[in-house]
Design a protein around this ligand. Structure first.
Ligand code: BTN
Length: 252
């Protein structure tokens, strides 16, 4: 069966954000599966209101429209499904082993090579659509890679074909998305778990000004992070920033 993801592909030069382009198409009634890919974003967006920047023509910047027929509360798992597809595509094309930092950052050797942003619009009838954004640092030169990040060029020492990476990403996402829909939004998360970074390590979860410490015990079937706190209780965390070890406070 041909994949829904990528059934239509729109290539653009400079946009504000591919998220906006796809959101506009969604509101105009576009069927799911369309992909917008751009060479440059003037205001690319990341999670938690952060910016996502990439030198022109250096990266894979795309957004995909999905209309999953699942209850809105199942959407929390979708970012993990997308993270797996991005990691598999990078492994296959660049031949590097990637891990996933909850919920969906793709890491090479502890540095972020790709990020995933998922937005959703709900109405009276439930979930109307979701826009999935993927940014992969492909040929960003080492001198332009920001702190804590990497690129495929930096990690492997040679350039990579963005077109091939897009093709494989859409294939993997097509497969993952189909499994997600068929399972009613309760897909098997083994592929995520096998790539999960920091599992069984001491971590901090930051939610606003609140820092929670414990041992990361993986994810449950809803995609929530499982944090074992010091009295052995396991808390579920549905949103937050995961970092290795205890957070260093400015006030000591
Ligand atoms: C993150 O890790 O914070 C998510 C980053 C997502 C970036 C991509 S690039 C393509 C798409 N357009 C955007 O403005 N953001 C996503």
């Amino acid at each position: 069966m041909p994949s829904i993801v990528g059934r239509r592909l729109v290539r653009l030069g400079t946009v504000v954000s591919t998220m906006d382009e796809v959101e506009a198409l969604a509101r105009a009634g576009e069927p799911e599966g369309i992909v917008v890919v751009a060479d440059e974003q003037t205001a690319g967006r990341g999670r938690s209101g952060r910016r996502w920047s990439a030198p022109t023509g250096s990266s894979l910047l795309c957004s995909i429209l999905l209309r999953p027929p699942v209850p809105p509360d199942r959407l929390a798992v979708l970012p993990l499904v997308v993270g797996v597809a991005a990691a598999e595509a990078i492994d296959a094309v660049a031949g590097v082993a990637c891990r996933l930092k909850w919920p969906n950052d793709v890491w090479i050797d502890g540095r972020k090579v790709a990020g995933v942003l998922v937005t959703a619009r709900t109405g009276a009838a439930g979930l109307e659509h979701s826009v999935v954004g993927v940014g992969i640092n492909v040929n960003v030169p080492p001198t332009e890679v920001i702190d804590g990040a990497t690129s495929l060029l930096t990690a492997t020492g040679h350039l990579h074909d963005r077109e091939r990476l897009l093709t494989v990403l859409l294939e993997r996402l097509g497969t993952g998305y189909q499994a997600f829909v068929v399972a009613g939004g309760r897909p098997d998360l083994r592929a995520w778990r096998s790539r999960g970074a920091l599992v069984d390590e001491r971590v901090t979860i930051t939610v606003g000004d609140d820092h929670r410490h414990g041992t990361f015990r993986g994810v449950d079937d809803d995609g929530a992070l499982l944090l074992e706190v010091d009295d052995r209780r396991v808390e579920r965390v549905v949103a937050g920033e995961l970092t290795r070890g205890p957070v260093r406070r400015a006030d000591g």
